[in-house]
Design a binder for this molecule. Sequence first.
Ligand code: HEM
Length: 337
Amino acid sequence: MAASSSSRSAATSAITAALLVVASLCVHGAAAQLCEDYYDDTCPDAYDITRQVLIDAHQSDTRIFASLIRLHFHDCFVQGCDGSLLLDSVPGMPSEKTSPPNNGSARGFPVVDAVKAALEDACPGIVSCADILALAAEISVELSGGPSWSVLFGRLDGKTSDFNGSLNLPAPTDNLTVLRSKFNDLELNDVDLVALSGGHTFGRVQCQLVTDRLYNFSNTNMPDPTLDPAYRDFLSQRCPRNGDPTALNDLDPTTPDTFDKNYYTNIEVNRGFLNSDQELKSAAEAQGTTAPIVDQFASSQDDFFRSFAQSMINMGNLSPVTDPSLGEVRTNCKKVN
Ligand code: HEM
């Protein structure tokens, strides 16, 4: 018995090792999967080049790291991570960029273009715009004090932008039922939803996205009862009733530019900025679903970082284009070749 169980476990180990070797091999072509070493031979300095462009951009724009990770999210959630967000409008195909969730809100496009230009100089026609977004997101998190992870590569750029699809992006007014179903539709679970929402540990948000919660929650002419009163006073001063709707606030007032677990500690004390943030802890449906995950991340930054890295990989795997007959490596991220 002992011998047979040990030979079985030896066989299992051999199979596992073989699978790992297969998993780390980069296969190009229609049946390809994303992989870590995709650019190792063709553009070995892609990481360093991208990192340097981001560091330079950050000198004059402390918000840029947050803006870049959001671009990857808005790209991946609309017809997969295919660079569709980056295309400019052309006759008959309005760009995702111009849709309400992105227009006047999504930013960082010139920095993506600068990364693209630097990579085209070093290795022309090799690194896709969709992969640039995934890489820029990882570097941005890392440079802000968050976790690092091995980004998977090999996405090709799609040839269309889906304006209507971007209308279905998760919205700040969505309740938990809607948020969970928008994530579940993409096979992202509650841990992914809570971990990825932790992206709101840095970056900025416009006043117009909180005015309902301050003054007229659910058309009651009253504030959102789940909003901490001291935080409500603070926000009311920054975002008065008839003030500038585009004025900016920190998503995480405790550490505005640092990637840490404070997003969750804020939510624990009813200081989530968006309705969609506070829902994760305070909705009736959150009890027994997302609230315990918020609690866990509020008490363990390690747990948050581990889950966040995995969920970013999960999000980055959304419907990548790998078939060369369906995609390309754009020369200019704003237009198809
Ligand atoms: C769960 C559903 C989500 C909703 C409803 C949502 C909504 C929003 C909204 C309304 C803003 C502010 C936009 C503005 O004021 O112009 C924002 C900003 C931001 N979001 Fe989300 N978001 C969600 C998920 C995510 C995810 C998954 C990430 C990344 C992993 C992310 C990262 C960010 C960042 C970093 C900012 C600040 C960007 C900047 O300063 O330029 N969000 N989000």
